[in-house]
Design a protein around this ligand. Structure first.
Ligand code: 1GP
Length: 255
């Protein structure tokens, strides 16, 4: 697969086109049958990407999951690693994350130094991403595992300045995450404030468990949505959100 994911996201950002990624948490895959079903629904509904990963992985089925996605679709598989142990060179791309909302040097640069030679030797497209955690009401696995304090949900200027600094440091994407299974998604007000302050694509995820919340995030300015838990609980959400993304994109074709 050619390395064009970043370029695609940048071009879509320019024309205000939205993207949708389904997050597969390898630990939550109990049987391949339901995963294949989900992959087929994703293909039929024109999902853009699969993200694979999580902040804590206890199993060793990552490679099989990537293979299964590749066997049943041509959708790009992007790694969403919680640590350098989660790098798998059989994926198409990697969110090469620096947790810029935190002050934990291991996740700002330490893990990346260890992963660098493996990623360099691979054929993975490297997506340099400023990862920003926003506080949800509950403590999420990612905030606990990362040993960092997420940005408070109402501190818009902290999120804005963090995203701006990430862009100025040369990162190519910003991923604002309330954390998997967050009680509340990131507020539209915060998404809008951050989106206005940067020129690079903005990925938003965490706690989006309804099409209403998805549309609110998209309209506020998310360039790409990531949904995991919501789809695990209700696979129809995938279809509803895909429809919403596709119809928002179609309105651009009409104008
Ligand atoms: C988590 O943003 C992703 O890092 C997705 O979150 O599982 O809550 O959809 P959910």
């Amino acid at each position: 697969m050619t390395k064009h994911i970043l370029e695609t996201l940048q071009q879509r950002r320019l024309s205000n086109r939205k993207s949708f990624a389904v997050l597969i948490d390898p630990d939550k895959i109990s049987d391949t049958g339901s995963l294949v079903k989900l992959i087929n629904i994703a293909v039929e509904n024109k999902v853009d990407f699969f993200l694979v990963g999580g902040s804590l992985l206890t199993g060793s089925n990552m490679r099989q999951i990537i293979q299964l996605i590749k066997d049943h679709s041509q959708l790009p598989v992007i790694l969403f690693p919680g640590s350098n142990l989660h790098v798998d060179v059989t994926a198409d791309a990697i969110l090469f994350l620096s947790l810029i909302s935190g002050r934990n040097p291991e996740l700002l640069i330490g893990q990346q130094v260890i992963a660098a030679p493996i990623v360099k030797r691979s054929n993975l497209e490297v997506l340099a991403t400023g990862y920003i955690l926003i506080n949800a009401d509950n403590q999420t696995t990612v905030s606990y595992m990362s040993n960092t304090v997420p940005i408070p949900a109402d501190k818009y200027s902290v999120a804005v300045c963090t995203a701006m600094a990430g862009e100025m440091l040369g990162l190519k994407l910003i991923y604002m995450d309330a954390g998997s299974g967050a009680k509340f998604p990131i507020s539209p007000k915060m998404i809008a404030a951050v989106r206005k302050s940067i020129d690079i694509p903005l990925i938003v995820g965490g706690g989006i468990d309804s099409v209403t919340k998805a549309i609110a995030s998209l309209k506020a300015g998310a360039d790409m949505l990531v949904i995991g838990n919501g789809i695990e609980k209700n696979p129809n959400l995938l279809i509803e959100v895909s429809d919403a993304v596709n119809s928002l994109n179609q309105t651009l074709d009409i104008h």
